[in-house]
Ligand binder design. Structure first.
Ligand SMILES: [Zn+2]
Length: 197
């Protein structure tokens, strides 16, 4: 369990430690759109809801992109009403953790405990709230619900992966975490995190 690539689809949101107070905060990936025409660059530079970025493709050509933060400004369709033609919400894609993704790891964090809100670059896997180490391996869940599914899976005798919405996630749990000796410490660690706020 090392990367987000094992999830399909990749979640939009993750539970992370708040950078300010360390309580559970919500990280939400940014979305991005390639800027097709030079004259549109000024629009995205001028609007504070967007980050303007330049990238270089594999052939050395420069290209331009805009990043948007739904976690801070709401869904694009309800937050912004004067987008240039061709930049409607359906043409935007979610950023990922992957290095090759535009805006990789970029998103926003919101904490309901201390009300911190900010853009944030995800530090994988250290930022994750439901992250624990067992025998040198990292075990994680991406939010409270998946942590609960993971907890019940580890605790069960049958180890059935057929839990609503989490089959793919549970299918990828490495065998080191499924050893009978791992059950007690992992369930204990997950319970502790699930009980804290
Ligand atoms: Zn906080």
């Amino acid at each position: 369990m090392t990367g987000l690539y094992e999830w399909n689809p990749v979640p939009h949101r993750l539970a992370i430690h708040c950078p300010m107070c360390r309580n559970l905060a919500e990280f939400e990936f940014a979305t991005f759109r390639r800027i097709e025409r030079r004259e549109h660059i000024a629009y995205f530079k001028a609007n504070k809801a967007f980050d303007y970025r330049q990238y270089i493709d594999g052939c050395g050509h420069k290209w331009h992109a805009a990043l948007y933060y739904p976690g801070l400004h709401g869904p694009l369709q309800s937050g912004i009403h004067d987008l240039p033609d061709g930049y409607e919400p359906q043409f935007w894609a979610q950023s990922h953790y992957w290095r090759s993704s535009p805006g990789s790891g970029m998103g926003s964090v919101r904490c309901s405990a201390c009300h911190f809100r900010s853009k944030h670059r995800l530090n994988w896997p250290d930022d994750l709230y439901f992250l624990m180490s067992y025998r040198g391996h990292n075990l994680w869940a991406y939010d409270r619900d998946s942590a609960m599914a993971l907890r019940n899976f580890i605790d069960s005798e049958t180890r059935s992966v057929h839990q609503d919405g989490y089959s793919r996630f549970l299918l990828h749990i490495p065998s080191v975490f499924k050893h009978h000796k791992a059950r007690e410490p992992l369930v204990k660690a997950l319970d502790k995190k699930l009980c804290s706020k």
